[in-house]
Design a protein around this ligand. Structure first.
Ligand code: SF4
Length: 361
């Protein structure tokens, strides 16, 4: 017999709510079915820093192209980066590919089921390891993302601001995690945060945890979690070189594996520095001798931690082009290469100041 709601724990109420209100997401197994660790992992990596709506199409395309872990391990890195274009944070795509290869080579093509072993794999941090362990393997791991932090901060009326409050919120989330159906509990917390306990105007009137919530009766829910104000994003400066060969092909170069946009193709550019470089100084870093001219305007792009302003110099390479490190690509084939968004903006900027050529994007 069902116990009255007042006698049930918050975790029990949440699971009952989840059974009737779970979101139907392409990577989720139907109720009662065993989740596929490959799908859980792929979706969790894609969802880092991104929304469900943005990931949906990428997830379906990845799965159609590489239905299993071994298919992904066999793919070329460039194909994976190309399919990832637009999702950002390309280190995730490189780690995804590396992780697939390690799992096939060293783990018999299977994911380990413990958080510690999962964390030893490329691209899998504490959150993702907990999510895979709980959702794919039913381990009682505590999964805390931004949605869960918000729910817990409100449930316990935690007024200390983030990010300092993170350890306390994790401990409280762990106290809530049940031994029974921990994967569903994790997904229920995420769903509650995404659909009911939303950042603005939380739907407390239809919340399964309203009776247990400390923030609801005091009317402070919408103000939680508090956050320490962020420092303003700094700006970095650089120069990109739009280098054209006598036959019209443009020079691309691969960035170093480590660092921002590691391993991605770029329009060759200087380092990105805190100070704008003095006139002529940037030319010391040009990939080849050419009749360089500065194009009007700037290319601006914002990364998580800084704004980038790139000046663009365009030039026709002299005979030295044969010695240059990089690949020469006809303008109409630039779209075949996995260029990060900042570099696509450089391409558009350069083309808008030269003779327009179709198919560059
Ligand atoms: Fe969030 Fe309101 Fe539910 Fe509390 S009662 S958990 S504030 S939706």
């Amino acid at each position: 017999m069902n116990r009255p709601a007042s006698e049930r724990s918050p975790a029990e109420k949440l699971l009952a709510w989840y059974d009737g209100h779970r979101r139907d997401l392409p990577w989720r197994a139907p109720p009662g079915a065993r989740p596929d660790p490959y799908r859980v992992w792929l979706s969790e990596i894609m969802l880092q820093q991104t929304t469900v709506a943005a990931v949906d199409g990428y997830f379906r395309r990845f799965l159609a192209r590489w239905p299993t872990l071994s298919d992904l391990a066999r793919a070329k890195l460039d194909e994976v980066l190309h399919e990832w274009q637009g999702l950002g944070y390309y280190a995730r795509a490189r780690n995804l590919h590396k992780c697939a290869r390690i799992l096939v080579a060293d783990h018999g093509g299977r994911f380990p089921d413990g958080e510690e072993e999962l964390r030893a794999l490329p691209g899998i941090g504490a959150y993702t390891a907990a999510a895979i362990a709980a959702i794919a393997f039913g381990r009682p791991a505590t999964v805390v993302d931004g949605n869960v932090e918000r729910v817990v901060a409100r449930l316990f009326a935690v007024e200390d601001p983030l990010p300092g409050a993170k350890p306390a919120l994790y401990r409280l989330a762990r106290e809530l995690t049940p031994d029974r159906r921990p994967g569903d509990h994790a997904q229920a917390m995420m769903d509650l945060g995404a659909t009911v306990c939303t950042p603005r105007s939380p739907g407390c009137g239809r919340c399964p945890l309203a009776e247990d919530c400390a923030a609801f009766p005091t009317g402070i829910a919408e103000r939680l979690p508090r956050r320490t104000p962020k420092a303003a994003r700094p700006t970095r400066f650089g120069t990109a070189f739009w280098t054209v060969r006598p036959d019209g092909a443009v020079l691309l170069r691969r960035r170093a594996e480590s660092g921002l946009l590691g391993g991605m193709m770029e329009i060759p550019s200087t380092d990105w520095t805190k100070e704008r470089s003095r006139d002529g100084k940037a030319l010391d870093r040009a990939p080849v001798e050419a009749d360089w001219r500065l194009l009007p305007g700037q290319v601006r792009h914002t990364f998580t931690h800084f704004h980038l302003e790139l000046a663009v110099m365009a030039g026709h390479a002299g005979d030295g082009w044969r010695e240059v490190d990089g690949v020469w690509v006809p303008v109409e084939r630039l779209g075949d290469h996995a260029l990060p968004t900042a570099m696509k903006k450089v391409v558009r900027h350069a083309l808008s100041h030269s003779a327009p050529v179709a198919g560059a994007d």
